[in-house]
Design a protein around this ligand. Sequence first.
Ligand SMILES: Nc1ncnc2c1ncn2[C@@H]1O[C@H](COP(=O)(O)OP(=O)(O)OP(=O)(O)O)[C@@H](O)[C@H]1O
Length: 210
Amino acid sequence: MLEAHALTCVREERTLFSELSLSVSPGELVQIAGPNGAGKTSLLRLLAGLSRPYEGEVCWQGENIEHCRDGYHQELFYLGHQAGIKHELTAYENLAFFRRMHHQGSRANLWEVLARVGLAGLEEQYAGQLSAGQKRRVALARLWLGGPRLWILDEPFTAIDKHGVKVLERLLIDHTDAGGMVLITTHQDLHLCADRARILHLAPSREDDA
Ligand SMILES: Nc1ncnc2c1ncn2[C@@H]1O[C@H](COP(=O)(O)OP(=O)(O)OP(=O)(O)O)[C@@H](O)[C@H]1O
């Protein structure tokens, strides 16, 4: 279970949010919603342990993530705005690299995974020659490698076409059905069952001092 207790986030002397608490239990998906600049990415980065809160703490299985960073990061898949793929490698080589670095227990067939994300026929294309949506699909293919229980996904649907969105929504459902946890930001409406998805609305920040 992931829990955030009374988080305050300050950027350039501006309080983006304060006293924010949330929890994500196995089988749950929480969508962070709010207008541009409300602090969604900042919140996800705090929850992923990529930056530190001004106040408050983030706990994984009851322990502050500062004290269990390695174990926490083994259980976490974080997808940020940058696709994080290497342009000089092919789509297949990128996925093989991800597996070697982060998903060593995965026995997934990489050709099948690439086909699932709609990259059949493009496996040996250099990533630098792929379109924005195809590059995003290479990054998202990691979700099919298995392993981490907690997925923190920042705008995963960016540049993805309608069919790709449906495929990814199906995967989110399967992951939560299997007891996984998802935190996601997206400006799209998600077509998931209401009983598995919750929405947390972040209000626009105020121009006050911390
Ligand atoms: N490292 C930083 N230093 C200074 N200000 C920052 C930093 N990161 C974010 N901000 C500011 O914090 C505010 C919130 O940014 P954030 O990226 O969290 O918003 P968001 O809700 O994810 O927006 P969007 O929907 O546009 O992606 C913005 O005003 C941004 O300029």
